[in-house]
Design a protein around this ligand. Structure first.
Ligand code: NOJ
Length: 536
C-alpha cells in the first residue's frame, strides 16, 4: 500500500517546535502535546529532523549516537510514546537518517582516529602533501575547505560539511553494516521510514583533485555515482522487510537522476527532494535584491511534474528561508500565503509542509549576526569578513539566505515567547511578529491561513483527483499559472495569480474554492488570488 501517495507529510524541527520542560529548547514531550494540532491539519506522517544525541554544531545533523535520543529532547521512552501517540491519531513517524557523515564526537570517530580496528577506515583519512598543502583541492558545502587535521591520528579527515561532521567511508564494508543495523533499530521501534540526508553524496570514487569551480570543487568525485545507487539498493532490502518509506534529500539532482533514484523496479528510494524550483531565485543578484521570476518557477514545476510520475511537493524546510517573502509577498501576506498553500496541496505528488508554514510564518527579524545560530551563516560571515565585505552588505546577504529564517520557534499564541517555552529565553530568538502571526489567533479566524490549509487538506482527502489525478498545464505567463488535474471523468482546474495586480485567465468552471470571498468565477483573478474550479 503506497500510503505516502495519499498523505500530507509535516516536517518538525524539534528544537523549535514546542518546549515542555522550560529549558528554552523544544523536545519530544512537547511534540506529543501538539499532536492534536497536526491531526486537525490532516497530517498523515511527521518527518522529524534529527533527535539523536549530538553536540549540535549543525543542530542534530552531526550525530554522535545513532541509537539514542538527545537528552535535551527526551529519552527513548519518550520517542516510543511519540510513535504510539502519533499512531493513535493515524500519524506515522519518519526519522532523519544522516549517514553521509557523523559527528567527530561519535564513538566510531574516536576509535578511528586512534586506529582501533575495525574502525580505522570508517572515515576518509589522508596524510596531506609533502609541500604542506591539503590532501586535495575540494571545497565544502559550508564555505570552507573539506579537510581538517587531527592531531591524535596525525592525518587529515574529509568533511564535506562542518569541521565536526566527518564523512563516512563506504569503501569500508562495515560502515554499511552499521547503517543497516541503525535502520533495524528504529524500524523495530515502529518508525515508518526515513528522510535520507544528502543521500546522493555517499560514495566518493577517489580523493583526486577536482576540476576547479566557483563552489564545490571536487563534486564530480561524489555526486550521484553508480556505487551510491548500489548502497541504496542494499539499504532498501532492509527497508522492504518493514515496508518502510524513504525520501532522499538529493542535491543537484536532475529529473533523469531522480528517475533513476525512484524508479520502482530499481528498488532505491520512494521519492526525492529536488532543488531546482527552489533555485529560481538563487542567482547572486537576489542576495542584494529580491529577484523572484514566477515564470521560470512555473516552468520548472511543469518540467518536474511532467518528467517524474511522482515526487515531493514542497516550498519550505529547515534549510530555506520562508516561502511567503520569497515566492509570495509580505504586503499580501494572507492572500499569498493561501495561494502558496493552494499550490502545494494541488500539484501532483506528496505535499510536505514545514512547521509554521501552516500559519504563514515569515523570515526572522533579527538585528545582527550575533543573534544567529546557523553554522553555515556563521561560516559565510567569517569568509565575507576575511574578504573585507562591508558589514552592511554582509548582513544583507546573510539575512536573506540564513537557514535561521525558518528555525525561529513555532508561534503558538501571543503569550510570552509565543507559547513555545516558559523559559525567559528560547534557544533562538522568537520572531517579534508573533503578536499577529500565531496559531491561537488564526484558529478563531475563519479567513486565516491556518483554516485555509485545513480546508484544502480536507478537500484533497475528499477528492481523489487532487491526489492521484494527472497534471496538465494550461497557462504559464510571467505571473499566472493555471493547471488541470484529471482522473477519469473528473477534472479540476487551479488558477493562481502570482502578482499584486489583477489578472485574467481563460479557464471557467464551477467555483470550488477562492482565497477571496466570491460567488462565481468569470476569469478575473484578484491580486494573489487562487481559485480551484470544477470543470463542467
Ligand atoms: C542537509 C540538512 O538538511 C542540513 O540541515 C544539514 O546541514 C546538511 N544536510 C548536513 O547534514
Amino acid at each position: 500500500m503506497e500510503w505516502w501517495k495519499d498523505a500530507i507529510i509535516y516536517q518538525i524541527y524539534p528544537r523549535s517546535f514546542q518546549d515542555s520542560n522550560g529549558d528554552g529548547i523544544g523536545d519530544i514531550p512537547g511534540i506529543i502535546s501538539r499532536l492534536d494540532h497536526l491531526q486537525e491539519l490532516g497530517v498523515g506522517a511527521i518527518w522529524l529532523s534529527p533527535v539523536y544525541p549530538s553536540p549540535n554544531d549543525d543542530n542534530g545533523y552531526d550525530i554522535s549516537d545513532y541509537k539514542n535520543i538527545n537528552p535535551e529532547y527526551g529519552t527513548l521512552e519518550d520517542m516510543d510514546r511519540l510513535i504510539l501517540e502519533a499512531k493513535r491519531r493515524g500519524i506515522r513517524i519518519l526519522m532523519d537518517l544522516v549517514i553521509n557523515h557523523t559527528s567527530t564526537k561519535h564513538a566510531w570517530f574516536e576509535k578511528s582516529r586512534r586506529r582501533i580496528e575495525p574502525y580505522t577506515d570508517y572515515y576518509y583519512w589522508a596524510p596531506g602533501n609533502p609541500d604542506g598543502t591539503l590532501p586535495n583541492n575540494w571545497t565544502g558545502f559550508f564555505g570552507e575547505d573539506c579537510w581538517q587535521w587531527d592531531d591524535v591520528r596525525g592525518e587529515y579527515y574529509l568533511h564535506l560539511f562542518a569541521r565536526t561532521q566527518a564523512d563516512l567511508n563506504y569503501h569500508c564494508p562495515q560502515v554499511l553494516d552499521e547503517v543497516k543495523d541503525v535502520l533495524r533499530f528504529w524500524l523495530d521501534r515502529g518508525v515508518a521510514g526515513f528522510r535520507c540526508d544528502v543521500i546522493n553524496l555517499l560514495w566518493k570514487d577517489s580523493l583526486a583533485d577536482g576540476e576547479k569551480r566557483l563552489a564545490l570543487t571536487g563534486l564530480e568525485h561524489y555526486l550521484s555515482l553508480p556505487e551510491t545507487h548500489g548502497i541504496l539498493r542494499q539499504l532498501r532490502k532492509v527497508l522492504d522487510g518493514y515496508r518502510a518509506f524513504t525520501v532522499g534529500e538529493t542535491v543537484f539532482v536532475t529529473p533523469e537522476m531522480a528517475r533513476d533514484l525512484c524508479a520502482e523496479d530499481r528498488g532505491e528510494l520512494n521519492m526525492v527532494f529536488s532543488f531546482e524550483h527552489m533555485e529560481c531565485d538563487q542567482r547572486f543578484i537576489k542576495w542584494l535584491k529580491r529577484d523572484f521570476r514566477p515564470k521560470a518557477f512555473f516552468e520548472c514545476l511543469i518540467k518536474w511534474q511532467k518528467e517524474l510520475p511522482w515526487n515531493t511537493i514542497y516550498l519550505e524546510n529547515h534549510d530555506q528561508p520562508r516561502s511567503i517573502p520569497r515566492f509570495g509577498s509580505n504586503s499580501w501576506w494572507r492572500e499569498s500565503g493561501k495561494l502558496l498553500a493552494t499550490l502545494v496541496l494541488t500539484l501532483r505528488g506528496t505535499p510536505f509542509i514545514y512547521q509554521g508554514q501552516e500559519i504563514g510564518m515569515v523570515d526572522f527579524d533579527f538585528d545582527g549576526v550575533d543573534q544567529l545560530d546557523d553554522v553555515e551563516s556563521r561560516n559565510v560571515n567569517r569568509l565575507l569578513s576575511a574578504y573585507h565585505v562591508p558589514e552592511g552588505l554582509r548582513w544583507r546577504i546573510i539575512s536573506r539566505t540564513s537557514r535561521d529564517n525558518a528555525r525561529t520557534p513555532m508561534q503558538w499564541d501571543d503569550g510570552p515567547n509565543a507559547g513555545f517555552t516558559t523559559a525567559d529565553k528560547a534557544w533562538l530568538g522568537v520572531n517579534r511578529n508573533f503578536h499577529f502571526i500565531n496559531l491561537a489567533d488564526q484558529e478563531n479566524d475563519p479567513d486565516s491561513i491556518w483554516n485555509w490549509y485545513k480546508d484544502l487538506a480536507k478537500l484533497r482527502g475528499e477528492r481523489e483527483v487532487l491526489r492521484r489525478g494527472d497534471f496538465l498545464w494550461l497557462e504559464c505567463t510571467h505571473r499566472v499559472f493555471v493547471y488541470r488535474r484529471r482522473l477519469g471523468a473528473e477534472s479540476v482546474t487551479v488558477a493562481l495569480n502570482f502578482s499584486g495586480r489583477p489578472a485574467r485567465v481563460g479557464s471557467r468552471g464551477r467555483l470550488l474554492r477562492s482565497n477571496y470571498h466570491r460567488d462565481g468565477f468569470d476569469g478575473r483573478l484578484q491580486p494573489w488570488e487562487a481559485v480551484i474550479l470544477e470543470d463542467v
